[in-house]
Design a protein around this ligand. Structure first.
Ligand code: PLP
Length: 451
C-alpha cells in the first residue's frame, strides 16, 4: 500500500493515517474498503460524523440529484430552496414532535464553530465573561472551545492564556463519590465562594473524547434547575452525542431537559458533509443582523442530505430499528465485560454511544492494532487513552454488528491468551487484577504508550 506521499508531504500532525496505516477508497454502510480490496467494519465512523453509515442511500440519493440538477451549492446565509426545505423538515420532524421551540443559527460548518457562536451569544446575553465547564470536557480546537475543554494537552494548544473558565467536576468525578451538582449550586449562591456567576454552563451529556463518561438523567435535570435558579445559560454541546447517536435524536431527551442553547454538527448532514447549527431559545436570540458570520454557513448539499436524514426520524420503523440495535450493542458489550474482567474495567456510555474502559491503555493499543489487522476500525479516548470507543453506525445491520464485535472479541482473546509470549502463565494468577497487571507489565515492552 503506497502511503509514502502522506509521510512525505502531510504535516506531522496527522493521526488516523498513522493508526490505520492503509489507504481507504470506498465505503458503504458500516463497511469501508482499502485500495487493496480489504474490508473493515467501521466502529469509528468519522468520530461520530457518520451515524447513518457511509453512503446511506436514503440520504445520499437526494444529494446526487441535487448535485446533478445544477442547484446552488454555496450561499453564505442567503435564502435558498434547499435551506428552506431543511428548516421546514427540521422543525416538523425533529423539533415539533419533541415539543421544542428554537431559533436556528447557521454558523461555520464545524462543531467548534457552533460552540464558539454559543459561547459568544451567552456572554453577550448575560453581559458576563466567565463560563463553567467540566472536567474531561472536549469542545473543539478553536481558542474558546479549547478553553472550556478539560485535557491539559488540548488546553495548552494555541500558546495563549485562557481566562474566564471555571472548571467544575462532571457527574461522577472523581470516582463517583462527589455530588458536583450540589457543589455548583452552593458556590453560585455563596458570595464568599470566590466564584463569580458565569454566563453559561457548557456540557456534553456523554463525554466521548473525555472517556465516554455519561451523565445521569437526574444530574442533567439538576444542572438545568441550577442554571435556571441562578440565571445561567445552559449550553448542551450535542456535537458528538446528538443527531441520533444515543438512540434518540438529541442526547438529552432521556433527561427531559430543554437546554437554552444546543450545538449540533458531525452527523447532522447525515452524509459526512460539514454542517453545524446552534439552536437558541427565542428570547436569547439577541444577535444583531450579520454580527456573527462565516463563509461556509450555506452548504446546500449538506442541507439536502440533512433534510433526508431528519425525515427518517418520522418513521417508526427507523426509530424502532435504532432502539433495537442499541440494545443489541449493549448486550454484546455486557458479554465482553463479563468475559474479560481482567482486561476491561467497565462498560461506558449509553445507547449506541458506547465505550469499554480498560485497566490499561497499553492493552487498548494492542487491541486496536489486532482489531485493525483483522478488519475493524476502533479508536481510543479518555485522558489516559484507556477507553475504546464503540461507535457503529446507528443503521448498522445485525450481520455487520456481529462481525465487528466478533473481531473485537478475537482481539481481546489474543491479547488475553498469549499474543504476548510471556503472559499465558498469567492465567494461573489468582485475581483478575493480578492478571491484568501481569498482562500490562509484559505487553508494555512492545507497546507504545502514545497513540
Ligand atoms: N464538541 C464535541 C463534543 C466533539 O466531540 C467535537 C469533536 O470531536 C467538537 C465539539 C469539535 O467538532 P469539530 O471537530 O467539528 O470542530
Amino acid at each position: 500500500m503506497d502511503t509514502d506521499v502522506f509521510a512525505a508531504h502531510e504535516s506531522n500532525v496527522r493521526r488516523y493515517g498513522r493508526s490505520f496505516p492503509t489507504v481507504f477508497t470506498k465505503a458503504l454502510g458500516a463497511t469501508i474498503w482499502d485500495e487493496a480490496g480489504k474490508s473493515y467494519i467501521d466502529f469509528l465512523v468519522g468520530s461520530g460524523a457518520l451515524n447513518y453509515g457511509h453512503n446511506n442511500a436514503n440520504i445520499v440519493a437526494p444529494g446526487i440529484d441535487y448535485l446533478a440538477g445544477g442547484n446552488i451549492l454555496l450561499s453564505l446565509d442567503m435564502n435558498t430552496v434547499a435551506k428552506r426545505e431543511f428548516i421546514e423538515v427540521f422543525v416538523d420532524s425533529i423539533l415539533k414532535p419533541r415539543g421544542l421551540s428554537y431559533k436556528i443559527q447557521f454558523p461555520g460548518p464545524t462543531g467548534t464553530n457552533a460552540n464558539e457562536a454559543a459561547l459568544a451569544l451567552a456572554r453577550k446575553y448575560t453581559g458576563r465573561s466567565s463560563v463553567m465547564a467540566f472536567t474531561n470536557a472536549f469542545h473543539g480546537m478553536s481558542l474558546g472551545s479549547l478553553a472550556v475543554s478539560g485535557s491539559a494537552s488540548t488546553r495548552n494548544l494555541g500558546g495563549v492564556p485562557r481566562h474566564d473558565v471555571i472548571r467544575v467536576p462532571y457527574d461522577g468525578y472523581p470516582n463517583g463519590a462527589f455530588d458536583s451538582a450540589s457543589y455548583i449550586d452552593y458556590v453560585l449562591g455563596d458570595p464568599g465562594s470566590g466564584i463569580e456567576k458565569p454566563a453559561a454552563i457548557i456540557l456534553e451529556t456523554i463525554q466521548a473524547e473525555g472517556g465516554m463518561n455519561s451523565a445521569s438523567a437526574g444530574w442533567l435535570a439538576e444542572i438545568q434547575r441550577i442554571c435556571r435558579k441562578h440565571s445561567v445559560i445552559l449550553i448542551v454541546d450535542d456535537i458528538q452525542a446528538g443527531a441520533g447517536r444515543t438512540g434518540e435524536f438529541f442526547s438529552f431527551e432521556f433527561a427531559r431537559i430543554e437546554p437554552d442553547i444546543v450545538c449540533l454538527s458531525k452527523s447532522l448532514s447525515g452524509s459526512g458533509n460539514p454542517l453545524s447549527i446552534v439552536l437558541i431559545r427565542p428570547e436569547i436570540d439577541i444577535w444583531n443582523p450579520g454580527e456573527h458570520s462565516g463563509t461556509f454557513r450555506g452548504n446546500n448539499l449538506a442541507f439536502v442530505t440533512a433534510g433526508a436524514m431528519c425525515k427518517m426520524w418520522s418513521e417508526r420503523q427507523f426509530t424502532a430499528s435504532v432502539e433495537r440495535t442499541a440494545v443489541k450493542l449493549q448486550t454484546h458489550l455486557d458479554r465482553l465485560v463479563a468475559k474479560y474482567p481482567y482486561l476491561i474495567e467497565q462498560k461506558r456510555g449509553r445507547g449506541l454511544m458506547a465505550g469499554l474502559k480498560f485497566r490499561s491503555h497499553l492493552v487498548v493499543g494492542r487491541v486496536h492494532d489486532i482489531a485493525f489487522e483483522n478488519g475493524l476500525l476502533i479508536e481510543s479516548s479518555g485522558p489516559n487513552r484507556d477507553v475504546i470507543k464503540v461507535l457503529p453506525p446507528i443503521t448498522i445491520t445485525d450481520d455487520e454488528l456481529d462481525r465487528g464485535i466478533a473481531i473485537l472479541d478475537q482481539a481481546l482473546k489474543e491479547q488475553a491468551n498469549g499474543n504476548c509470549p510471556s503472559i499465558s502463565s498469567a492465567s494461573n494468577l489468582a485475581s483478575c487484577d493480578q492478571r491484568a497487571d501481569r498482562l500490562n507489565q509484559h505487553c508494555g515492552n512492545h507497546l507504545s504508550p502514545e497513540r
